[in-house]
Design a protein around this ligand. Structure first.
Ligand code: PMP
Length: 359
């Protein structure tokens, strides 16, 4: 008997056939607040230096097998052992590999709502997906997660801090409780820290203390390098070496490696931008306080949720003003919600003005 998630038709597994394509349609408008990107490009002088180094490389040669020079540079930046760093083109790739790590029979445990790629990869693999509802205030459902960790076949547990798409940050003690239980039962816990620079949270110490817990990080947000595509794992050396086996050889191209070397040599710009992002986040949230119909929710990330009376109408209204945001209103607990990234001051002004005109 073939399990239903392994049955194939035309050489394609049912699990893959049944999954809808990644739900994102690019919209070309002046104010792009739909992908939680950094509103600023990589600094011009660093870009020029990266381009110079790219030109000096031999493009006919393969890059480092496992991006070893880049892994060294990340390890130095993070105060980590190079053996515990795994690099791929974006952290989405790592989510695929981490989901595959425990195999098809495992459980993928997430909160609901959660970052869509965790559930997408679980569905593509045909793994058992277990969702535990966030608490109504978006905090981590500690008791529910502890129950699932105990009850289910161990697999991979995803916890984003700050959480996506709510921007909520949890009490450290709650995260520690869940991670300790998961460690004890042999789950791999992924602490997704894609936005940690905006919350000031940092779970490297928890990763260090455990053996099955890792931090997932990216250059796509605070570093402003989403287009360059680099994400990485910080883990213990044994776990990292097993994850590394799943990474295709020569996965990170030499142009990307050159750009990242430059960024990691001069990372000072990141902190300045994060500070501006935080100031702007508080300014936008304050400006939307007391809005007659919308509720802007507090966030510890570079985006926030906006609860509207009618998400479809609000989305269209913003689009007519040249502003694109992300609808989240079909997600559990997020009725009427749009997800809005923090942009430049001018972009944020445009957003506030458009929302103040919402019929
Ligand atoms: N994790 C979270 C929580 C995210 O929001 C994102 C980006 N939307 C990612 C991971 C993936 O980022 P990237 O693939 O660009 O590294």
């Amino acid at each position: 008997m073939t399990p239903s998630n392994l049955s194939t038709k035309g050489g394609v597994r049912a699990a893959v056939r049944d999954v809808p394509a990644y739900p994102f349609t690019p919209v070309d408008v002046p104010v792009k607040l739909d992908q939680n990107e950094n509103p600023y490009d990589f600094p011009a002088e660093l870009k020029a230096e990266a381009l110079r180094r790219m030109a000096a490389k031999d493009w006919n040669r393969y890059p480092d097998l496992h991006a070893d020079t880049l892994r060294d540079a990340i390890a130095r930046y993070e105060g980590w052992d190079t053996q515990g760093v795994v690099v791929t083109p974006g952290s989405n790739v790592l989510i695929k590999l981490l989901t595959e790590l425990a195999g098809i029979d495992q459980t993928v445990l997430v909160t609901d709502p959660t970052f869509g790629v965790y559930t997408l990869e679980a569905a593509l693999l045909g793994a058992k997906l277990v969702r535990v509802s966030l608490n109504p205030d978006f905090s981590l459902p500690v008791a529910g997660l502890l129950g699932a960790i105990e009850r289910e076949e161990a697999g991979v547990l995803y916890i984003a801090q700050p959480h996506a798409p709510t921007g909520h940050i949890d009490a450290r003690a709650d995260v520690e409780k869940v991670v300790a239980a998961a460690e004890a039962r042999g789950w791999v816990t992924v602490l997704d820290e894609a936005y940690h620079q905006y919350s000031g949270s940092d779970y490297r110490d928890l990763v260090r203390a455990g053996s099955n817990t890792l931090s997932l990080r990216t250059f796509s947000k605070a570093w402003g390098l989403a287009g360059v595509r680099v994400g990485y794992v910080l883990a213990g050396p044994e776990l990292a070496q097993n994850i590394q086996k799943l990474v295709s050889a020569f996965n990170v191209n030499l142009l990307t490696q050159a750009a990242l070397e430059v960024a990691l040599e001069q990372p000072e710009y990141v902190q300045e931008r994060v500070q501006e992002g935080l100031r702007e986040r508080e300014r936008v949230l304050a400006a939307l306080q007391g809005h007659p119909t919308c509720e802007a929710m507090p966030s510890q990330a570079n985006f926030f949720l906006l609860r509207t009376p009618d998400a479809s109408a609000a989305y269209k209204h913003l689009l007519e003003r040249g502003i694109v945001v992300r609808r989240q209103d079909k997600l559990h607990l997020l009725q009427g919600c749009l997800r809005v990234a923090i942009g430049t001051p001018a972009e944020n002004d445009a957003l506030i003005a458009a929302l103040n005109d919402l019929p």
